[in-house]
Design a protein around this ligand. Structure first.
Ligand SMILES: Nc1nc2c(c(=O)[nH]1)N[C@H]1C(S)=C(S)[C@@H](COP(=O)(O)OP(=O)(O)OC[C@H]3O[C@@H](n4cnc5c(=O)[nH]c(N)nc54)[C@H](O)[C@@H]3O)O[C@H]1N2
Ligand SMILES: Nc1nc2c(c(=O)[nH]1)N[C@H]1C(S)=C(S)[C@@H](COP(=O)(O)OP(=O)(O)OC[C@H]3O[C@@H](n4cnc5c(=O)[nH]c(N)nc54)[C@H](O)[C@@H]3O)O[C@H]1N2
Ligand code: SF4
Ligand SMILES: [Mo]
Length: 691
């Protein structure tokens, strides 16, 4: 045993890097490193980032507990217990990789390559750690393709359909707004750097409207809270569009010059007079009308559309209707006016092209939202090899109990490549330890903040963790699909990725010099749509209010409303919004104790439920037993259990996804988390598993 190094020998350095986690803000970070360990992390104070401003969220300030904590995977392991039991034995990298390579080769030989299903999402990954070396391996093998549609697919399809790939209102430009609408978005949890901008705008007289079934912190202090029923946004937004046309507040001149589909949208919105929309959306008619007037009267008016709007059967049409509002009301063309959905379109990188890993044609694709079905029912061929990385599907994908039934199959070989022992990792046959963004090179663009960040490792890999790039390239060699001219060095691959989205070479220079590149050249203000020649990236530069391809895709046509899926047996709508403590399920291991389900006092009272009671929440898909918290911030008829909590946070070991249907949205094939309809009853406090 070696003696501990004397304290005086310790070195402390401060390194600048950035956060790639699934959050709009893409913060620039200052990391204090002591003896190759993360000592502390905070927001950079150098002013290079438009939003960070020296502070970051509480989650990432605790990231040292994720990187160096007891749940970290430190070396490769193979399963020794039963499936899902979580008993593993340490092996060498060579042995682990050999087992994985052999399974890939054998699966392809016996069942055909589509029997291999790579499963990743990569919301918290940058552009180097997904769609590069992994794609070279799986695309060249001919593995099943994965539709990565758990999030942002419907909203992205709607935004691109109407406006093309253009960035929306820069978040820092919200200071210029006179009215800010937060529509299905809760920045206090999901993107905190918008909060001070909203405060500054309000201090200068701006009004705030929040459209959310919950009275969130920002809604509580807003000028108007619109407590929409989950899934009720489509009738709500259409009724405002209808009101704008009927009351002469639509901008006819702007629409005539800059939009197509005006009459079709107008006719479809006409089905939704305010009274009818009130009944369907659960918002009082007076509230809708007040909202419509506030919006029509204010300029500049900005709508920050969040991802709470898309997670239901009407999600794509609902986002399209919300994004049509600024066009109809003539709110575009001024700084602080318009809409923001994702600003990822400020940069157009093509990692697959840079990595020479094109998507193969004619290969089967599987929806990630229907993983349970894929593992239990899909045939021709059946899935025999599941490779999970950059995702935690046991926790985050709808229909949890069916996914678990699939993961339990003895004839399924499961690889999980992870940083920590997640609930999915417990199901692995082979577990591979992955580096975190503090241990590898990365290139990440913000989808709120219009920046690209170039990150370099600030500490060496913890334990035997390896990077995605290293592992996938090694596997490609072992299964015989690597090519001599594959770019495998992180620096060179990042340069190649930057080059795909950098026509004038400015980004490469800024990234090299500062580690950050902005969406606009130095000194220039962020772009404003319909200002100084910035036009929609659509044919003719026009807004397409009813894009033909979306109209064809949506059952019943775009803007067609499908009724609430509630039934007398399952009358309560379950939502599972982002919480301050996790990013999706990342950092869940750091939440101590149980996580309760929130329920309105009326619904609780009718069922004899009080705070702290054990309750059973169920529907036809599954059941969760957990504690209740009575909370009048919810609208009646809605219950809420945080997204991303782990099995350990409920008494039953099941979470909200056990109650979420694997149905798909109207456009974009997105997930319908907020279409979960449930019943809830008080359980006996003494049931097994309760504390
Ligand atoms: N701290 C933290 N930050 C995160 C994340 C996280 O998990 N934690 N996740 C990241 C990711 S992956 C994403 S996609 C974003 C998501 O961040 P947001 O866009 O904020 O999305 P959600 O948290 O899903 O929902 C936002 C709000 O919509 C409300 N809501 C639910 N259903 C409806 C509805 O039908 N209509 C309307 N109008 N509102 C509804 C919820 O009550 C919630 O307050 O945040 C990112 N940032
Ligand atoms: N109930 C409910 N569930 C939801 C939602 C909801 O609204 N309600 N929303 C959904 C949304 S918006 C999203 S985006 C999804 C996200 O769901 P997931 O894509 O499953 O995201 P995470 O839960 O963050 O899991 C990412 C995992 O990847 C690992 N990881 C990170 N970086 C690397 C890397 O470089 N290499 C490797 N090998 N691994 C890495 C992390 O440790 C983490 O465990 O969740 C969805 N789940
Ligand atoms: S999660 Fe968001 S707020 Fe937190 S450090 Fe990362 S980018 Fe910033
Ligand atoms: Mo997401």
């Amino acid at each position: 045993m070696s003696a501990p190094a004397p304290a005086s020998a310790s070195t402390s350095t401060t390194v600048t890097t950035a956060c790639p986690l699934d959050c709009p803000d893409a913060c620039r970070l200052e990391v204090v490193v002591e003896d190759d360990r993360i000592a502390s992390v905070d927001g950079a104070k150098d002013g290079a980032h438009p939003l960070t401003d020296g502070f970051i969220c509480a989650k990432v300030r605790r990231i040292a507990e994720h990187v160096h904590g007891g749940d970290r995977l430190l070396h490769p392991m193979v399963r020794v217990g039963a499936k899902g039991e979580g008993r593993f034995e340490r092996v060498s990298w060579d042995e682990a990789l050999q087992r994985v390579a052999e399974s890939l080769i054998e699966t392809r030989a016996r069942h055909g390559a589509p029997a291999i299903l790579p499963f990743s999402y990569g919301g918290s990954n940058g552009l180097l750690t997904q769609d590069t070396a992994d794609a070279r391996l799986f695309h060249r093998l001919g593995a099943s393709l994965l539709e990565r549609t758990v999030c942002a697919a419907p909203s992205g399809a709607a935004a691109r359909g109407l406006y093309g790939r253009v960035p929306g209102v820069a978040l820092e430009d919200y200071v210029h707004s006179r009215l800010i609408v937060l529509w299905g978005m809760n920045p206090q949890a999901s993107g905190i750097h918008l909060v001070p901008v909203i405060k500054a705008a309000r201090a200068a007289g701006a009004k705030l409207v929040v459209v959310d079934p919950r009275r969130t912190g920002l809604a509580a202090g807003a000028d108007l809270h619109v407590p929409v029923r989950p899934g009720g946004d489509l009738p709500l937004a259409l009724s405002i569009i209808h009101w704008l046309f009927e009351s002469g507040r639509a901008d006819a001149a702007f629409l005539a010059e800059h939009a197509t589909g005006v009459e079709v949208l107008r006719a479809r919105a006409a089905l939704w007079p305010i009274e009818r929309a009130a009944a369907e959306s659960g918002v009082a008619a007076e509230t809708i009308e007040r909202f419509a007037r506030l919006y029509a009267d204010a300029a500049p008016a900005a709508i920050r559309c969040g991802w709470g709007v898309e997670r239901n059967r009407n999600g794509g049409s609902a986002v399209a209707a919300v994004l049509a509002l600024p066009a109809v009301a003539g709110k575009l063309g001024v700084r602080g006016g318009g809409f923001t959905m994702s600003n990822g379109g400020a940069f157009g990188y093509a990692p697959l092209r840079a990595a020479a890993a094109p998507v193969p044609k004619g290969v089967r694709s599987v929806s990630m939202n229907q993983l349970g079905h894929a593992l239990t029912e899909l045939s021709s061929p059946r899935i025999h090899h599941l490779f999970v990385y950059n995702a935690n599907p046991d926790t985050t994908i709808p229909d949890q109990e069916r996914i678990r039934a699939g993961l339990a199959r003895d004839d399924l070989f499961t690889v999980v490549f992870e940083q920590v022992m997640t609930d999915t990792a417990l199901w692995a046959d082979v577990l591979l330890p992955a580096t975190t963004f503090l241990e590898h090179d990365e290139l990440a663009r913000g989808y709120g903040a219009m920046v690209t960040n170039r990150m370099r490792p600030v500490i060496p890999p913890v334990g035997e963790a390896r990077t995605n790039l290293a592992v996938f390239d090694e596997l490609a060699r072992r299964v015989g699909v690597a090519k001599d001219d594959d770019v495998t060095e992180p620096d060179a691959l990042i340069d190649a990725i930057v080059a795909t989205g950098d026509p004038d070479g400015r980004l490469a220079i800024e990234l090299q010099r500062d580690g950050i590149a902005r969406g606009t050249p130095e000194g220039a203000a962020p772009p404003v749509l319909f200002h100084r020649g910035v036009l929609p990236d659509t044919p003719g530069g026009k807004i397409r209010l009813v894009p033909e391809h979306l109209d064809r895709e949506a059952p019943g046509g775009l803007y067609h409303y499908a009724a609430d899926p509630g039934t007398p047996a399952f009358p309560l709508a379950l939502i599972s919004p982002a919480s301050e403590r996790t990013i999706s399920s990342t950092f869940g291991q750091l939440i101590e104790g149980q996580v309760p389900i929130a329920i309105h006092p009326d619904d609780a009272g009718a069922r004899g439920i009080t705070t702290g009671d054990v309750v059973r929440v169920w529907n036809e898909l599954g059941e969760v037993r957990c504690h209740a918290r009575v909370d009048d911030a919810l609208r009646p008829g809605v219950v809420s259990l945080a997204k991303g909590i782990w099995a350990r946070h409920t008494l039953s070991g099941t979470t909200s996804t056990a109650l979420c249907p694997a149905t798909l949205t109207d456009i974009g094939r997105g997930a319908c988390f907020n279409d979960a309809r449930v019943q809830i009853e008080r359980g006996e406090a003494g049931r097994p598993g309760s504390p």
